[in-house]
Write a protein that binds this ligand. Structure first.
Ligand code: ATP
Ligand code: MG
Length: 441
């Protein structure tokens, strides 16, 4: 993408209501524009990041055997009356009436819709386990939308729903999502710690929130440092291996990790002092086993192996896809701007052409752009005639993992400057050597 042809409305002015660094940086970098309280347009740069995150989530869900689909944002109130949640949900639900006087709502979550789909088609245990997911906008009329996309009213969520014939099978489905989440967040360049969460009225031990550590986090977290060092299951993990699934969960849950809601001072104090971590955290995912909470009132039953009818056991698994855009910035930035982890960066490389009106310089910069694009890299090519200061400032602000600067002096010596955004390390290299470094060739 040539910067002169892109839409990147960077700005120095940040409204006073932008309190935290990710919100400020997203506004300054021209990633989002506020439409109303907690409602944002995703401008091109922000949209690219949102789509990168969505794609990682998709690939990791699919790898774990979940199947993608799409449910609507607007739902019929009647399904929620069946589950008993229409009145219970409270003021966070945006209720709408259509021209025919029918009660509708903008979905804050999708358990009812998916249970209705399930019961319409699935009649036998033989079709189980089943895990269906989508990535879709949600609306929750939060009392206090704030922190930009981190606590929006309209926000983008991945929500998966598992269906199993009994609790034992549902436990395996839960563990599959647990392992998939670890790989998902790892690919985004962040460490998300699973923490025991409140399982609600169902009870049991099967509810975990995944939090990343950041000073602006809304939850206080307490954990054993050791939990941060357990490696993710990895690409080759076998999601059908039940022993391995249980082991992945056990490797982490053996260490203490809890948010303020579940904090147990005595258990925390039992951790050796040097290993205690007391910090702030951002919830980026939440997984949940809820048994027959929906299948019971909504009559979602299947025939079991011995010919009886059984209510299915369900779980739901959320990831805050749009929240992650802000959360990753909270975890990865410096005083000059964002530092995108490689896999979620809007572009891999930024090329700064220092003198686009100098023919020799422009030729090298054009060649860099062509070669990197051919090598399959997403490139933002700054061939504008802006002054050097603003060019460097803008490139730092938007935080692409690699920067190549091409100026007349270097070009005379056959060199370009390659900079790694995360470390600030700079090297003068031939163009081909710089490209080889970026492409890992
Ligand atoms: P929170 O405690 O932060 O309000 P929640 O527990 O109500 O979140 P869940 O129902 O668990 O949220 O939703 C799944 C995921 O969706 C959360 O882990 C979070 O990452 C994301 N999410 C929830 N509410 C919002 C919001 N208002 N804005 C952006 N993302 C959100
Ligand atoms: Mg939650």
């Amino acid at each position: 993408m040539r910067l002169s042809k892109f839409f990147l409305p960077v700005s120095k002015d940040v409204p006073a209501n932008a309190e935290i660094v990710s919100h400020k940086l997203m506004l300054r970098a021209g990633m989002i524009r506020q439409n109303g309280a907690g409602i944002y347009s995703w401008l091109p740069l922000g949209f690219l990041v949102l789509k990168k995150i969505e794609q990682i989530v998709r690939e990791e869900m699919n790898r774990a055997g979940a199947i993608e689909m799409l449910m609507p944002t607007l739902q019929q109130a009647d399904l929620w009356r069946e589950s008993g949640r229409y009145d219970a949900y409270g003021e966070e639900m945006l209720r709408i009436t259509d021209r025919g006087g029918r009660d509708m709502l903008y979905g804050p979550t999708n358990e009812e819709v998916i249970t209705d789909i399930f019961r319409a088609y699935v009649k036998s245990y033989k079709a189980l386990p089943l895990n269906l997911y989508h990535q879709q906008w949600k609306f929750r009329d939060e009392v206090r939308p704030r922190f930009g996309v981190m606590r929006g009213r309209e926000f983008y969520m991945k929500d998966a729903y598992s269906f199993d014939v009994d609790e034992a099978a549902a436990r395996v489905s839960y563990q599959r999502m647990f392992a998939a989440y670890l790989n998902t967040f790892d690919r985004m360049g962040i460490t998300a710690i699973p923490m025991q969460a409140d399982p609600g009225p169902i009870g049991g031990d099967l509810s975990h929130e995944f939090l990343i550590l950041a000073t602006s986090g809304e939850s206080a977290v307490f954990c054993d440092k050791a939990v941060l060092d357990v490696p993710p299951p990895g690409r080759d993990f076998d999601f059908d291996d039940e022993a391995a699934l249980a082991a992945e969960m056990d490797k982490r849950t053996r260490y203490y990790a809890a948010t303020d809601e579940k904090h147990d001072e005595a258990a925390y104090n039992a951790i050796p002092e040097a290993s205690r971590v007391e910090a702030r955290g951002i919830e980026v995912g939440h997984i949940f086993y809820f048994g027959t909470k929906y299948s019971d009132p909504m009559k979602a039953e299947v025939q079991t192996a011995d010919g009886n009818l059984a209510e299915i056991h369900g779980g739901s698994y959320g990831i805050g896809v749009s929240r992650l855009v802000g959360a990753i910035i909270e975890a990865s930035h410096d005083e000059n701007g964002i530092i995108w982890p490689d896999n979620v960066a809007p572009f891999h490389v930024g090329i700064i052409s220092m003198k686009p009106d100098d023919a020799a310089c422009a030729a090298v910069a054009d060649a860099a752009y062509a070669k990197l694009t051919t090598a399959g890299k997403d490139v933002l090519y700054d061939e504008t005639s802006d002054r050097a200061g603003p060019k460097f400032g803008r490139m730092e602000l938007i935080g692409l993992p690699w920067q190549i600067t091409i100026g007349p002096r270097g070009v005379k010596e056959g060199k370009v400057e390659l900079k790694r955004r995360a470390t600030g390390e700079k090297q003068d290299l031939t163009l081909d050597a710089a490209i080889a470094k970026i492409t890992g060739a």
